[in-house]
Design a protein around this ligand. Structure first.
Ligand code: AHG
Ligand code: MN
Ligand code: MN
Ligand code: MN
Length: 337
């Protein structure tokens, strides 16, 4: 039980006590992540004033043209994490291979995967963006962990969360004992606990999906959305609302706040392009899946629980359906029917 107003620093010192054999590394690691997020909150706020908007002349392993902030935020994360002896290696959306620490840097007991800037297409239009992170245990006694060491199921995550850079900067964290939200108080530079034991309403009237892909969707998704759109007059007997921020962090945050269902399903266009979904398992779907489940929601591919998937590649993609329990269950039922 934490008091609203507790600082993130106090909170993570207490959480550390729940890990057997903990040696302060976990506290240190979460502090490093918080430091990176504070820097990114500051940079995203300054925007054009510090020249961080616009596109870089490079492509990432996903085949996306990188935004300047994709690269900057990746560098900010590496800088905050590689010097303090809390991590053994890193993996990110913006790096093709595992990032191993330089020779001589102290090795820690954790692996971190991260999406340094989620929703980066929103940067230039001044709409919410975020950072997503997942913490795994590193293999013992290995100097330079490999990609295989990162291929752990989502159920193995020690902690996961995200930081949303919106009207306020909000860090959302789970260590497997519920979900807590911290708001950055820029006057003292601390994240302050502003909501604890977050629970997602089981029912909802709000869905989030990129409808421009509708013609490519599989039949179960066509059916689900069609029924939502039919509203009161259809089989659902209630009207639905729709939102699409194009930033998963913002969508998940809305769902944690007032319920809803977020979908980036598999479709024919992706199948033809040899893709298994849009979102990435290790640094988008798994950490968000853990947060959603810890808040009482469900996270599925439409057919399987995301957190139980055995990963086979660092940048593996998956279909994602997550949010309010009863609504996600309905989507899954349609897929399995
Ligand atoms: P990223 O900016 O990290 O590459 O992630 C973008 C993701 C996700 O945040 C969002 O839900 C989705 O892609 C947006 O997709 P559309 O471009 O189809 O709107
Ligand atoms: Mn991207
Ligand atoms: Mn992303
Ligand atoms: Mn990203």
């Amino acid at each position: 039980m934490y008091q609203i107003g507790t600082t993130l620093t106090q909170y993570i010192i207490e959480e550390q006590h729940t890990f057997a054999g903990a040696r302060g590394q976990f506290t240190g690691l979460l502090n490093d992540i918080a430091t990176a997020c504070k820097k990114l909150a500051s940079l995203t706020k300054k925007g054009a004033l510090v020249g961080v908007l616009g596109t870089a002349n490079s492509e990432n392993v996903q085949g996306e043209i990188q935004k300047k902030m994709d690269i900057i935020s990746n560098d900010v994360f590496i800088e905050a994490l590689e010097n303090n002896g809390h991590v053994a290696a890193l993996a990110s959306e913006e790096m093709e291979t595992v990032y191993n620490l330089k020779v001589g840097k102290p090795r820690g007991s954790y692996l971190v995967t991260f999406d340094p800037l989620d929703g980066s297409s929103n940067m230039d239009v001044n709409v919410s963006v975020g950072t997503i992170f997942s913490i795994l245990r590193a293999p013992v006694g290995i100097e330079n962990p490999s990609a295989e060491d990162f291929l752990q199921a989502g159920t193995q995550q020690v902690a996961a969360g995200y930081c949303l850079y919106g009207p306020s900067t909000i860090m959302v964290l789970t260590t497997g004992r519920g979900v807590s939200m911290f708001t950055l108080d820029s006057s003292c530079g601390e994240f302050i606990l502003t909501r604890d034991h977050v629970k997602i309403p089981e029912d909802t009237k709000e869905f989030a999906i990129n409808v421009s892909n509708q013609r490519h969707w599989e039949l179960p998704m066509q059916r689900y959305i069609q029924e939502c759109i039919e509203g009161k007059e259809g089989v659902r007997g209630k009207d639905f609302n729709m939102r699409w921020v194009a930033s998963m962090v913002a969508e998940v945050h809305r769902i944690l706040t007032r319920g809803g269902v977020f979908m980036y399903p598999m479709d024919e266009k992706m199948r033809k392009a040899g893709k298994e979904g849009k979102l990435r398992l290790l640094y988008e779907a798994n950490p968000m899946g853990m947060v959603i489940e810890q808040a009482g929601g469900l996270a599925s591919t439409g057919r399987e629980r995301i957190l139980e998937l055995q990963p086979y590649a660092l940048h593996q993609r998956v279909p994602v359906v997550l949010g309010s329990k009863n609504e996600v269950q309905r989507v899954v039922d349609y897929h399995l029917a």
